[in-house]
Write a protein that binds this ligand. Sequence first.
Ligand SMILES: Cc1cc2nc3c(=O)[nH]c(=O)nc-3n(C[C@H](O)[C@H](O)[C@H](O)COP(=O)(O)O)c2cc1C
Length: 194
Amino acid sequence: MSTPRILVMAGSSRNGSLARRLAAASVAPLEARGASVDLIELADYPMPLYNGDLEAESGLPEAAVSLQGRLYESQGLLVVSPEYNGSITPLLKNTLDWCSRPNPDDAERSGGKVYAGRAAAAMATSPGPMGGVRVLFHLRDILGYLGLHVIPQQLGVGMAGKAIGADGRLAEARQQDMFESTLNALVDTARRLA
Ligand SMILES: Cc1cc2nc3c(=O)[nH]c(=O)nc-3n(C[C@H](O)[C@H](O)[C@H](O)COP(=O)(O)O)c2cc1C
């Protein structure tokens, strides 16, 4: 069996972020399913708010070029986003947008080619009871638009502060099962598409 590389990112860079906690909790189950995991922190990829003039003057930020390379090397993407007013965070959208831009110095590893044909899974976290369920639909749409194959399985974790245990497992057995079956489907799809 092949070892698909799964890039995991959370749409928050906040200390104590619930989305970062769920992203980190995915590493062991993904590895247990035979994936190699690239857990990244968006704080390590600082990018200015996208502006076409900035791009025309200076090209892509170094962080975007670097992240494009890591996306390109991956066969699957797991995105865990908080819900901001029913949608994804500006940090996440800005990152995805910059990485979708072509780099004239590296046409192969930039633009749509860093996303196209790869598997993706969407997850959400919220401190409230709804689990960020609305963000999942926006996130799926955006990932699909970028050319990723978004798997049907998804997960929204509500009351995430309590739901994600210190051991990196979800406190409710049913939710842990859904988490694992979503990760399983992601690895399986990434493997088939690779
Ligand atoms: C601008 C803004 C909008 C928010 N909108 C929502 C929302 O629509 N639904 C929700 O459940 N929580 C909402 N929240 C609360 C966030 O889910 C909460 O702050 C969460 O902990 C942020 O994610 P993080 O813990 O991963 O940093 C919002 C927070 C901010 C700052």
